[in-house]
Design a protein. Structure first.
Ligand code: ZN
Length: 566
């Protein structure tokens, strides 16, 4: 019987799995992409379908499909295994509770809570909720697909249920589902009498909830799960798990404001819609979106002159080089409302989406009197920062021209003022917190790797390596050389990595033999230098012991060896 790990490896194609996270492009026998783990302009991240491995030749991260999920999702091996098992339908043995990670238990709690809420909507009390949602245009399939539920208006309905399933109150609190009372000795349900929208991570596992009021009017319209081990709202976009494939296919993403907007958009063939769930776009969210497309349609109201959080998020997207378009909706209406009344109007609005610069220009000019000096100043105050943010200089020049023309001033004046606009530094800390790079390789490791990749490119040159020198190589390289000598294919992760490297690196035919010889010579002199160091140490020891005979013998050895260095 195969182990679950091997079974998962058998069933999943690494290209497909990694391709669901990154934009992969074919490169010979392999696929390449911009590395998600370090920032780069030219792709050095490779995926090998033949070997089912990935490697980044920029930051040197690499490995199997499991390592990729661990790095990408920031989880432990066990969680990566579960994520992939879920994708393949491989059954993992249920582990005893004490062995399950905290993370895993929180996932289970969220899943059970979702089932609990789903059941409520089917009950007598849930009937009115269901009717309300159907009345808003959300159809029955969507209720199922988005797992919409209802939390009963009680203080302990959910927590009693979860505790009866064997979870501790503290765990339920960590999942964000209960609140500790002020006295600290009691817990009560966070979501009471609310319509529940589960929030999914990229793998469609429930990590949090958004609860919308139902009936009672005197409390907050929305209550959301606070930050938990699973739920970090700055990294989650509502609906992305269901939209990611469609975003890649259509090569654009529609950004809406609310959960119901996403659900209705998906119902109306806009399966590429996601929502920020009421918060402003963050750098992390934008980075995740960038994996799927560079094109972003904004379908919510935006106050262009205001210093709102929403606008800052859009500015951030512009700085990150997204192509932004604005979908104009009839004033005061949100996508959900428009779609439920007339799907065609939504489609028309999408088709008529304007570039963000057009949108800014139109709005700025329509709100000010361009004939007055004061009006010109106000307009430029809005537009200059926007123009400043355009990463492409040619595009930027175009809009400088446009602004000068419309303001009826000289281009130089616009350029002069543009220089005064301070460059923005958003979330720099996030950019700087790069994941830790692996230890740098030693010179010997680099030479050995280079040697093997050259041999793999030209197996006929294996005989350049003399048999009696084998012992000087590191064990893993020895193993590869021995197998290659017997015309066998080595079976190690290290060998797979080197094979990929050999395929990816370009080498001029005539350079190969001289390069192999160079590596061999360098390795040999490294070896000799190491030995010389060793002998010097021994000489020192012998001197301390005043062992004249030994000193003489070692010195002779030293001189003999030193001659061999080329
Ligand atoms: Zn990298």
């Amino acid at each position: 019987m195969l182990s679950p790990i091997d079974e998962i490896k058998n069933r999943l194609d690494i290209v497909e799995v990694i391709g669901s996270y990154l934009k992969l492009k074919k490169a010979g026998a392999n696929w390449r992409a911009l590395c998600p783990f370090h920032s780069e302009k030219t792709p050095s991240f490779f995926v090998s379908p033949a070997r089912q491995i990935w490697h980044c030749f920029g930051c040197q991260k690499g490995g199997s499909i499991f390592n990729f999920i661990m790095e990408m999702e920031g989880v432990e091996f066990g969680d990566a295994l579960r994520i992939l098992a879920q994708k393949t339908g491989v059954q993992l043995k249920r582990q005893p509770p004490e062995l399950r990670t905290e993370r895993q238990r929180l996932y289970e709690i969220c899943e059970l809570a979702t089932q609990f809420f789903e059941k409520q909507i089917e009950s007598k009390t849930g009937e009115a909720v269901k009717e309300y949602l159907l009345g808003r245009g959300i159809n029955k399939e969507s209720l199922k697909k988005w797992r919409i539920g209802y939390s009963p208006d009680t203080w302990g309905g959910l927590s009693d249920f979860l505790i009866s399933k064997g979870y501790k109150k503290e765990e339920v609190e960590k999942a964000g589902l209960v609140i500790k009372s002020e006295t600290g000795d009691n817990f009560y349900d966070r979501f009471r009498g609310r319509i529940i929208f589960p929030i999914f991570d990229l793998n469609s596992q429930v990590v949090g909830f958004s609860g919308r009021i139902f009936k009672s009017e005197d409390t907050a319209k929305y209550v959301n799960t606070p930050s938990t081990l699973l739920y970090d709202k700055s990294r989650i976009l509502y609906g992305l798990d269901k939209a990611k494939v469609e975003i890649r296919k259509k090569d654009f993403c529609i950004l809406v404001e609310g959960n119901t907007d996403v659900i209705m958009a998906h119902q109306a063939d806009s399966g590429n819609a996601v929502a920020t769930s009421g918060t402003a776009l963050t750098t992390s969210q934008l980075k995740i979106l960038k994996r799927y497309s560079d094109n972003l349609f904004i379908a919510f109201d935006m106050d262009i002159a205001g210093e709102t959080a929403t606008k800052r998020g859009i500015d951030l997207a512009q700085i990150q080089g997204f192509n932004l378009k604005v979908v104009r909706l009839p004033s005061g209406k949100d996508p959900a409302e428009i779609i439920s009344k007339n799907k065609k109007e939504w489609e028309r609005s999408l088709k008529a989406a304007k570039s963000i610069l057009d949108f800014y220009f139109k709005t700025a000019f329509s709100n000010q009197d361009v004939k007055t000096a004061e009006g010109k100043k106000e307009i430029s105050k809005i537009l200059l920062p926007v123009i400043r943010r355009i990463p492409n200089k040619i595009v930027q020049a175009h809009w400088i021209q446009e602004l000068a023309k419309k303001l009826e001033v000289k281009e130089e004046s616009v350029e002069e003022e543009l220089k005064k606009v301070k460059p923005e530094t958003f979330d720099l800390a996030v950019e700087l917190s790069q994941p830790q790079a692996p230890l740098p390789k030693t010179r010997r490791e680099m030479l050995e790797e280079r040697l093997i990749t050259l041999i793999l490119k030209s197996p006929q040159n294996l005989n350049l390596i003399e048999k009696n020198r084998l012992a000087n190589f590191s064990p893993q390289v020895q193993e590869i050389l021995i197998k290659l000598g017997k015309k066998q294919t080595p079976d190690s992760e290290f060998f797979n990595y080197l094979s990929l490297k050999a395929e990816v690196e370009n080498e001029e035919e005539k350079e190969i033999v001289p390069e192999i010889k160079y590596c061999l010579e360098e390795l040999q002199s490294l070896e000799i230098k190491n030995k010389l160091n060793q002998i010097s140490k021994e000489i020192k020891e012998a001197e301390e012991e005043k062992d004249l005979k030994k000193i003489e013998k070692l010195t002779q050895e030293f001189n003999q060896l030193a001659k061999e260095i080329k």
